[in-house]
Design a protein around this ligand. Structure first.
Ligand code: PHE
Length: 465
């Protein structure tokens, strides 16, 4: 197996990994979960988890990747083969990690299609129609759109085509160049919108909902939801950071790289929440925040733009940047799938891309129909999740079931097959760089990660609505 192509330098890895991490998870998924699961208490839980588990897994995966120079399946195999028979079954972990992106990428592209649609909506329709005085118009528009058949399908295909076009440039050129320019602009735009939303009448209550933890709202569901979101947002427990770690060079500072990704990803999610939650409370009231679902960003942001001077253009710019953030993340998902498929099925990269795209289109189309003609289908009803349509079911299985399992395997691999000392050596590198949070890593790895993740998994079965 050949060594993966290397990035051009530290910034290259950070940008690529941050490009993968920052995406719809931050701007679409995080705000609606935060709104739904109690605001401040969700935020607090999320931050604590990000600094402990998130950090630990991010380090572990990047390290496994760099150590082995492989993607998930290869890394697990290399570290397990020829070892004690007790360790060999751990190899399954590689497959579980590799399976997750295959499940996520189709529905990710469906949402990417929604974003694409909203770019066009902003440009071609009158944003005044979404004005908050026109009660319910924004929500109606959104529901009407996703429940139709052709429009979501066409925009989904446009999004997929965009992604395939980018992947054709190859990892370095495609991902790095896009991210270098677009990420900072996205961040600036988010901050500007945040400031604007802060001045809406009624936003104050939204701020306190988002920033002040209400401990009476805390339950195990908060933890499960926050943890699933953490995996999703940091692109961990799905083989991606293993793959990206394999691109990192030995002389790169792994700790600094991981810190950048962790901080940047969390900051973008936090700011997106700061933008959307006060706005939804200001426009539609607190109840609307608590009832938020996957449509939140699509319903609330157009209302913001309807009020905004030149809102049409700002709205279009917003959705364009989110579109690129989504595209770079989708790209990293597809890239991982392509590697898995080409290595496991021993087919060429071109064939693997074709196969990966077919998989996205088939499952994506099924997901889209799940909002229209197939909206009565409840794939997980048999485990008591009768509210979840197709998209929510895919999201549930990947985020709350497979990712925690995948994470457990990573922990087992690190603890038993690699050993914490070897990880420490790898992380510090030949330069023996200081690693300030090493104790956090060791503590979470051994004491906290496995029992907690197991608990999450057992609880995931319970209804998370
Ligand atoms: N982390 C990305 C986001 O927040 C989504 C993603 C998940 C990308 C898994 C790659 C892998 O949108």
């Amino acid at each position: 197996m050949k060594k993966q192509e290397g990035f051009t330098g530290k910034l290259g890895y950070v940008l690529a990994a941050a490009g993968s991490a920052v995406g719809l998870g931050n701007i679409w998924r995080f705000p609606y979960l935060a709104a739904k699961y109690g605001g401040g208490i969700f935020l607090l839980t999320y931050l604590v988890l990000a600094l402990t588990f998130g950090y630990t897994l991010l380090i572990a995966e990047s390290c496994l990747g760099r150590m082995t120079g492989r993607g998930p399946i290869g890394a697990f195999r290399k570290l397990c083969v020829g070892r004690h028979p007790f360790l060999r079954p751990l190899r399954i972990g590689g497959y579980i990690n590799a399976l997750v992106p295959l499940i996520i990428v189709p529905y990710y592209c469906v949402i990417g299609g929604w974003i694409t649609r909203y770019v066009v909506t902003m440009l071609t329709t009158d944003v005044a129609q979404f004005h908050k005085d026109n009660a319910g118009a924004s929500a109606e528009y959104f529901t009407g759109f996703i429940s139709s058949t052709w429009s979501p399908l066409v925009f989904f295909l446009i999004f997929v085509a965009l992604m395939v076009a980018v992947i054709a440039f190859g990892v370095q050129k495609g991902v790095e160049r896009f991210n270098k320019v677009l990420m900072p602009i996205l961040l600036v735009l988010l901050v500007a919108l945040c400031v604007y939303c802060a001045f809406q009448p009624g936003a104050g209550e939204g701020f306190s909902y988002y920033l002040k933890p209400d401990f009476s709202k805390f339950s195990y569901k908060t933890v499960i939801a926050a943890m699933g979101q953490l995996f999703f947002s940091l692109s961990i427990a799905m083989g991606i950071m293993i793959t990206y770690g394999s691109y990192m060079r030995k002389e790169d500072d792994l700790v600094a790289n991981v810190n950048h990704v962790e901080i940047f990803d969390t900051a973008v999610a936090f700011i997106a929440g700061l933008m959307i939650i006060p706005a939804v409370v200001a426009f539609d009231g607190r109840q609307a925040a608590e009832n938020a679902g996957a449509g939140l960003v699509f319903i609330t942001m157009p209302q913001v733009f309807a009020n905004f001077p030149g809102g049409k253009w700002v709205g279009a710019a917003f959705f364009v940047f989110v579109l690129f953030a989504a595209a770079t993340s989708a790209l990293s998902l597809l890239e991982t799938n392509v590697q898995t498929l080409s290595q496991e099925l021993r087919i060429s990269r071109a064939k693997a891309i074709a196969l990966g795209v077919v998989e996205i289109v088939v499952i994506g189309v099924v997901t889209i129909l799940g909002f229209g003609v197939w909206d009565h289908i409840r794939p997980l009803k048999f485990i008591g999740r009768g509210n979840d349509g197709i998209l929510d079911s895919l999201d549930f299985v990947s985020n709350y079931v497979l990712m925690p399992v995948g994470a457990i395997f990573i922990c087992l691999l690190v603890i038993f097959a690699v050993g914490l000392n070897r990880v420490s050596q790898e992380v510090k590198g030949d330069a023996k760089r200081p690693w300030r949070r090493e104790y956090v890593f060791r503590f979470c790895m051994v004491v906290l990660t496995i029992p907690t993740l197991l608990a999450v998994l057992l609880m995931a079965k319970s209804v998370l609505d």
